[in-house]
Write a protein that binds this ligand. Structure first.
Ligand code: GDP
Length: 197
């Protein structure tokens, strides 16, 4: 897929605020620092498209971009753990939960995971929660330029092993590097395929 245009459309603070359009939406989510902004810029060929999402007041919102005047890339706020007494509970803002559970336009969620690390509990919890919603999702392992391909593959295998007991299907797995632009055509290809072309 060639990227001909990419523009910021709007930020939504609740599901009712999301654009009233029939565009297919592809959402990107991951822990802070996973490389989400770099990936969004790399995919869209824009140096600072994702900067919009980091501007004051927008970090906790759903940020919608329109690509090729056809489909929407949705930049979602990240997730973390909240401490509730002695327990830890996965915490993503309610808005993210509502969007992922309710939005009809949502075609696929891309969950970004840092390929340098063995499975982190928070990512495993999020992926298994997401699997339970029934939303189609893929995993994108980021920053693969940082280590050997063998190490990346080992971490991917460990992650799949960690989520397998909780899921009925194995999610597609992609890899990327914003540095080398590896993975760009595969990710855009998957989106193009979902769009029917
Ligand atoms: P975000 O918080 O998820 O949006 O993460 P950023 O895109 O801001 O990236 C966090 C840090 O990781 C920055 O210093 C980026 O330059 C770096 N980074 C992101 N993607 C890559 C990558 O593919 N390779 C390398 N080597 N560094 C990356």
């Amino acid at each position: 897929m060639q990227i001909k245009s990419a523009e910021f459309v709007t930020s939504a603070k609740n599901v009712a605020d999301c654009p009233a359009w029939d565009r297919a939406e592809f959402a990107f989510i991951g822990r802070s620092n996973v490389g989400k902004s770099s990936l969004i810029n790399m995919l869209s060929n824009r140096h600072s498209l994702a900067k919009v999402s980091a501007t004051p007041g927008k970090t906790r919102l759903l940020n919608f971009f329109l690509i090729n005047e056809k489909w929407s890339l949705v930049d979602l706020p990240g997730y973390g753990f909240a401490r509730t007494g002695k327990n830890e509970k996965i915490n993503f803002n309610e808005l993210v939960g509502d969007y992922l559970e309710q939005r009809q336009n949502l075609r696929r969620v891309f969950v970004l995971i840092d390929s340098r690390h063995p499975p982190q509990r928070i990512d495993v919890s999020f992926a298994t929660w997401l699997g339970g919603t029934g939303a189609p999702f893929s995993l994108i392992f980021t920053k693969i330029d940082k280590q050997s391909a063998a190490k990346t593959q080992a971490n991917i295998a460990l992650f799949q092993e960690a989520i397998a007991p909780e899921l009925t299907t194995t999610p597609d797995t992609l890899i990327c590097s914003a540095q080398t632009r590896a993975g760009r055509s595969e990710i855009l290809g998957m989106i193009g395929h979902a769009l029917g072309g």
